[in-house]
Design a binder for this molecule. Structure first.
Ligand code: ZN
Length: 163
């Protein structure tokens, strides 16, 4: 039995099968949260969220990549969001290797170098700052007055703003 099979069974057994509670795709807090895919981060709990309040964009590192800009542009221009949180975190897997190492591994194993940037980092605060600047300077993102960055401590749950 695979993990996918386990989840399909949970869906069948669940009390409401995850039925949506919100009729509109427009987040009621008009806010998008960009964060890491790290399984330890309980995004809803970190910010006391309920369903329907925010868009959540997750990837390796919580990095503002071109694809995150794509989603933010749609989020703001078509779905009414006006504010952005970028939240990266302590002990992130993205700080355990370098771009060159990973690119070399991929090239060695597959014969192909990726066309995308790996975006590994050493200092999480610098990575948050870089992502904030990408949002603020993007010509596709119309609302940049309230774009704020944070580091979440996965040991203590402390949230530290990055200026
Ligand atoms: Zn991470």
């Amino acid at each position: 039995m695979t993990a996918i099979d386990v989840l399909l069974q949970r869906h069948e057994d669940g009390p409401d099968h995850g039925a949506p509670e919100v009729p509109t795709p427009l987040p009621s807090l008009h806010l998008t949260v960009v964060t890491c895919m790290d399984a330890r981060i309980k995004v809803f709990d970190v910010f006391g969220l309920v369903h329907g309040e925010v868009h959540i964009l997750r990837n390796a590192g919580g990095i503002v990549t071109d694809d995150v800009i794509r989603s933010l542009a749609i989020s703001q221009r078509k779905l009414g969001t006006r504010e952005v949180i970028v939240m990266q975190h302590t002990s992130c897997g993205m700080a355990t290797f370098t771009d060159d190492e990973f690119r070399d591994d991929l090239a060695k194993d597959t014969g192909l170098k990726p066309t995308w940037a790996v975006e590994a980092f050493r200092e999480v605060k610098d990575s948050v700052k870089q992502s904030l600047e990408r949002v603020r300077r993007s010509p596709f993102i119309p609302y940049t007055d309230n774009v704020r960055g944070f580091v979440y401590d996965v040991q203590t749950a402390a949230l530290t703003e990055v200026h």
